[in-house]
Design a protein around this ligand. Sequence first.
Ligand code: NDP
Ligand SMILES: O=CC(=O)O
Length: 364
Amino acid sequence: MAMAMTTLISKTTPISICPSTTTSMAIAFNSASAFCPQFKPKPTFPLFSKPLFFLSSRQFSSRVINASTKDEFSGRVGFLGLGIMGSPMAQNLLKAGCDVTVWNRTKSKCDPLISLGATYQPSPEEVAASCDVTFAMLADPESAVDVACGKHGAANGMGPGKGYVDISTVDDGTSKLISERIKATGALFLEAPVSGSKKPAEDGQLIFLTAGDQSLYEKVASLLDIMGKSKFYLGDVGNGAAMKLVVNMVMGSMMASFSEGLLLSEKVGLDPSVLVEVITQGAINAPMFKLKGPSMIQSQYPTAFPLKHQQKDLRLALGLAESVSQPIPIAAATNELYKIAKSRGLSDQDFSAVIEALKSNTTE
Ligand SMILES: NC(=O)C1=CN([C@@H]2O[C@H](COP(=O)(O)OP(=O)(O)OC[C@H]3O[C@@H](n4cnc5c(N)ncnc54)[C@H](OP(=O)(O)O)[C@@H]3O)[C@@H](O)[C@H]2O)C=CC1
Ligand SMILES: O=CC(=O)O
């Protein structure tokens, strides 16, 4: 397998990077047109002080390269897909003064962005044709392929000098397919799936897991900095997708295990709120437990990360593991639990609603 290079730029301090594999988002650039003039670095994260590292994802060999974020992006930015994540990301670009053109399958979701100054185009093709760099944030592999490669898809509007950045969480095969189609037009491609949910998207605190054309990565670095707190460059297309799937495989299993713990503690007469406090103070603490625990105890699941997307990521992680004959029995069992939750009508609830699948099981 080809060695993949990992770059990390953080808004805060230098960070050691762990080994990786792959993921996806879409941007197109063309220095000729328009502008994104008012990029203002957030005061707590000076733009020119961001460290950047270049690491081998498999061997930890490293070299430091110059941070490219000092080069502001000057071009028209397209944004396809305005769901829970895409809307706040596009909004942050607009608020930073970028010239943004939007499209969404359900047009009404474009309206709040249009009222903030975005331009609307009626198809992905027309967005890509009118923009220098086009980002895509779609639900799943099928929609990501359709929007990029389908009839009136973005690829039809791409060409030399432009770039496509796919932020959607998809598998590496899907990302490679989209990359090939985009690059056949002469444009550049970057996959850039994100770690971080609705609130980090609103706060511009996402973590980008990028791979693909490094020159596109460097050209859109200042845009990634508007939407995120750090960014990794992981080498060949597929490595960003794989990294994202591994992270979300771990997250899905953690949430399932946490759900079992909450229910077991209650069944044996403990206060699950105290369990959350105990976990929070110990070595297995993760922000997710404190964030989701109190509402889970109240059987409330306000959607930040839809359960159907978590199950999709587990399904794709199983495929990734299969491709390299890696046993992942915990993730396989976890996937079954999320499938049960989906079959009980919880698809559009937050993924923490997976606890309901366990409740139903214990009462049957
Ligand atoms: N929510 C989260 O916390 C995070 C999500 N992700 C990933 O980001 C991606 C988007 O997530 P999120 O914003 O939460 O999802 P949403 O379900 O809120 O949004 C999905 C987007 O995809 C569009 N879409 C779905 N199917 C099609 C289709 N067939 N053709 C065209 N457009 C389509 C939707 O359009 P329409 O409005 O018309 O339905 C919508 O714009 C997913 O891959 C997810 O796994 C990554 C990190 C965090
Ligand atoms: O993909 C979901 C996330 O929270 O990250």
